[in-house]
Write a protein that binds this ligand. Sequence first.
Ligand SMILES: [Zn+2]
Length: 190
Amino acid sequence: MRTEPPDFRLGSVLATSFTGTLSERHGEPVERIPTPQRLVDWLAEYDLAVDPCTPAQLDRARELRESIHAAATAAAAQEALPAAAVRVINDFSTQGRAAATLTPEGERRWRLTAASRLEDALGVIAADAIGIIAGERDGKLALCASPTCRAAFFDESRSRTRKWCDMNTCGNRQKKARFHANQRRNRTPA
Ligand SMILES: [Zn+2]
């Protein structure tokens, strides 16, 4: 029987959605881009259409992903950025040759070059990470309150009080856990 790969959790922020393709880093990690094709599928969700890629390219993409995760986690905790992670992010950003274009509808679309589509797409992600870590965007980097997750996410809520990287998974699980804990407490006579 063929098992389906884990589904994507697509957020509104490109860089932290990308780091979210590995979830439950402090529990039982879930790899959401287990194959080169899943990476291609994920990028397509963000309008970054690339050619089929190789396992080596998938490894490179994961290297960028973990570097963004490390840098974003440090930034959220207001700690010094890890130098190695910064170097990797900068390398990807400078290697990308994507150009921003404007659609007739007034939306930005990335144009990737034929020779280096995947590298261009990863460059776009690296630049997005730089934008949020540098504090250029309206929002705040924070760490997910779930102890098995601790993902860095970008809080764009007006109050900046979001606690979970994803409401449907981490947020929901936490709420359920609290509900059960309350029930247990209520059953115990005071
Ligand atoms: Zn989480």
